[in-house]
Design a binder for this molecule. Structure first.
Ligand code: AP5
Length: 222
């Protein structure tokens, strides 16, 4: 029998490693990665209506209004590939209102992962973060330097990655995270994100493999 595809949410403070882990999860599990940060940055660089509305908020490190982000995500989730391969939602829901919108539409993940990393480390990770605009790959000036001089030369930094903006993003995250938690407390798994990325992934991998197997077993006994 065909198994039901996995549905995963990954949450955590700015620079807790969501994007980094999502690259690894997608490689192994083939889920459709839906990152609201990436979607918004793409709208911004394409100069769309959504991009123009979101720009001010993003560059200041503030949240983009719920209606804009929620519409973007629900449209993306309804596409065929997400239904077929399963999905990995990264950076959404970020407010209680966003979580409630998903609940109303009966969209619930199989598992809710929270990456836990101490504040001081988060700030250093943001300030050192570098992005490859060509491949979308995430680097860090000291933790994960680029492989070649060519890549190094084209790396960019995000306008919201200054120390001051990271501190305010962190505060906004904390205010909202607590409000969202009760919605997913029954499927929540907190993971220590303050380890090497392979160690963090090993734990996520075994969690997701277990959930996948449970789904398959449940189907078989139906
Ligand atoms: P978004 O892009 O989602 O930003 P974020 O949540 O702040 O998360 P980051 O992308 O900063 O970090 P990450 O956890 O992915 O870490 P990464 O893997 O890159 O959102 C940006 C903006 O968009 C928001 O501020 C808001 O304006 C808007 N927005 C997005 N979603 C929204 C929503 N739902 N509602 C409203 N507005 C929304 O890693 C960070 C660095 O650490 C990298 O340099 C990496 O190389 C390094 N690193 C990663 N893992 C490790 C490790 N294990 N050890 C050492 N270094 C590591």
């Amino acid at each position: 029998a065909r198994s039901e595809p996995l549905k995963v949410m990954i949450s955590g403070a700015p620079a807790s490693g969501k994007g980094t882990q999502c690259e690894l999860i997608v490689q192994k599990f083939g889920l459709v990665h839906i990152s609201t940060g990436d979607l918004l940055r793409a709208e911004l660089s394409a100069g769309t209506d959504i991009g123009n509305k979101a720009k001010e908020y993003m560059n200041a490190g503030r949240l983009v209004p719920d209606e804009i982000v929620t519409a973007m995500v629900t449209t993306r989730l309804s596409k065929e590939d997400a239904k077929e391969k399963g999905w990995l939602l990264d950076g959404f829901p970020r407010t209680l209102a966003q979580a409630e919108s998903l609940e109303r539409l009966n969209i619930r993940p199989d598992i809710y992962i929270v990456l836990d990393v101490p504040d001081e480390i988060l700030i250093d990770r943001c300030v050192g973060r570098r992005l490859d605009p060509l491949t979308g790959k995430i680097y860090h000036a000291t933790n994960f330097p680029p492989e070649t001089e060519d890549i190094k030369a084209r790396l960019i930094t995000r306008p919201d990655d200054t120390e001051e903006k990271v501190k305010s993003r962190l505060q906004i995250y904390k205010q909202n995270a607590e409000a969202i938690l009760p919605v997913y407390s029954d499927i929540m798994n907190k993971i220590d994100g303050n380890r090497g990325k392979d160690a963090v992934f090993a734990e996520i991998d075994s969690l997701l493999s277990r959930v996948q197997k449970e789904e398959q077993d449940a189907r078989k006994s139906e």
